[in-house]
Design a protein around this ligand. Structure first.
Ligand code: PEP
Length: 251
């Protein structure tokens, strides 16, 4: 089981990648083996169709895998859905819950996200709970209120004990090439840290807070050096092993 004190780089492939994309995991493994040992845990969240094979390939190189979503129930009549236990069975160690694309595309509420995170914990996966404001909310000066409210309602009560990862992903930065200023990232991550300590006590210091939203090889070093940024959730730049390797070596 990874320690929460380790830094994390998580690649979210979203709905990209056929079986040929597995070559990127092999290429990543080769690149990581050729360089210095990564100073972080590396996690790839491929489409569910590739999860089992990605897990098999990754396990030979110390690369972990995660699902991109799970159903809140352990099993049952839920056509088309996957349970957290199924992800675990396919080799996953993590599961992303509450990504803004799921909140927007599927109307997922924070209460549902919390139930999914709890299902992940029950299946012994580490949930990566995503939160983030829209541009309109930021422009209205409500970014922090929105993010802390999402956290309040999305995080399970037993998130302490280092079993949950938080990912701050401003919706307007995802896939757009735009990022908040370093000062804005620092301010939000500090606010999240203070919230976690208030809610979970000292254990809140140990929960990892990832930044996500247009992290690229060119900006990774700067973003990862910001206080309370414990790693990154990377979308587009995780699809090519060459880009992801550069982000990993920026840790
Ligand atoms: C994401 O999908 O969580 C994400 C941050 O995407 P991108 O890096 O492409 O902005």
């Amino acid at each position: 089981m990874p320690k929460s004190t380790d830094r994390l780089i998580v690649g979210n492939w979203k709905m990209h990648g056929f079986s040929a994309a597995l070559a990127e995991i092999s290429a990543l493994a080769t690149a990581l083996a050729a360089g210095e040992p990564p100073r972080c845990i590396v996690v790839i969240c491929p489409p569910a169709t590739l999860l089992a094979e990605a897990s098999r390939l990754g396990s030979m190189a110390g690369i972990l895998t995660g699902g991109q979503d799970c159903h809140p129930a352990l099993s049952g009549a839920h056509t088309g859905d996957l349970s957290a236990a199924m992800l675990k069975d396919a080799g996953a160690s993590y599961v992303i819950v509450g990504h803004s694309e799921r909140r927007a595309d599927h109307g997922e509420t924070s209460e549902l996200v919390r139930a999914k995170a709890e299902a992940g914990l029950t299946a012994k996966l580490i949930p990566i709970v995503c939160v983030g404001e829209t541009l309109a909310e930021r422009d209205a000066g409500r970014a922090e209120t929105i993010v802390l409210d999402q956290l309040d309602r999305s995080l399970p009560d037993d998130a302490a004990g280092r079993k949950v990862v938080v990912a701050y992903e401003p919706v307007w930065a995802i896939g757009t090439g735009r990022t908040p200023t370093d000062a804005d990232i620092a301010a939000m991550h500090l606010a999240i840290r203070q919230y976690l300590v208030t809610r979970f006590g000292a254990a809140g210091q140990d929960l990892s807070i990832l930044y996500g939203g247009s992290v690229k090889p060119a900006n990774a070093r700067t973003i990862l050096a910001i206080a309370n940024v414990d790693g990154a959730l990377v979308g587009g730049a995780s699809l090519l092993a060459s880009d992801l390797t550069r982000i990993i070596s920026a840790v």
